[in-house]
Design a binder for this molecule. Sequence first.
Ligand SMILES: [Zn+2]
Length: 188
Amino acid sequence: MNNLPETRSNVNSECGLCHYAFYLNTGRCTNYFCPNHEAEQHTRTLGQFIHVYAKPPLFHDRRWGNWRLDAERLCLVFEQDRWTYEVDIERINNSAQMLDWIYQVKQKGWASPTVLCDLLNSLHDLFNPQANLCSYGGDKKINATEFLKAKIAGTQVDDNDPVPISKVRFGFDVDLEDSPDKPPETLQ
Ligand SMILES: [Zn+2]
């Protein structure tokens, strides 16, 4: 690939505005609603698109707003001022258990739309639920402890993970003006 923009390593780094992780190879924020996301407006090749939007790995202390991944204890910790609240992600072995946590948090007085959106984004990055828990309305079951340890170690690959360039099946150009904010998986 030629002319790949903004190549850098952003492993373990985060956006100063919203505390989301950066995409793996660029200074762009993974939070679609953040000014640092800088949605693409220009035509790029599919290879360039995948490079720019290569997703960051899961790592200890990765944040989505006020939610932080504790990769050692396997929980999502919400931190605000001097108090915390925890979602035990090891207890998410099926879609009903995930739904239970979402609506448990929704009842909290501190659960603003931003807090709920950040929680959904973190659960998406952790579990990719439509691939692993609720595909086509079915109720898949996982062993959350094993699943999360494999995801964090990088040994579990699913549709939410970056696509190795060698696996790209199509060579057409992608006009991002037609799909300004679609995540990479829509183009596979
Ligand atoms: Zn941001």
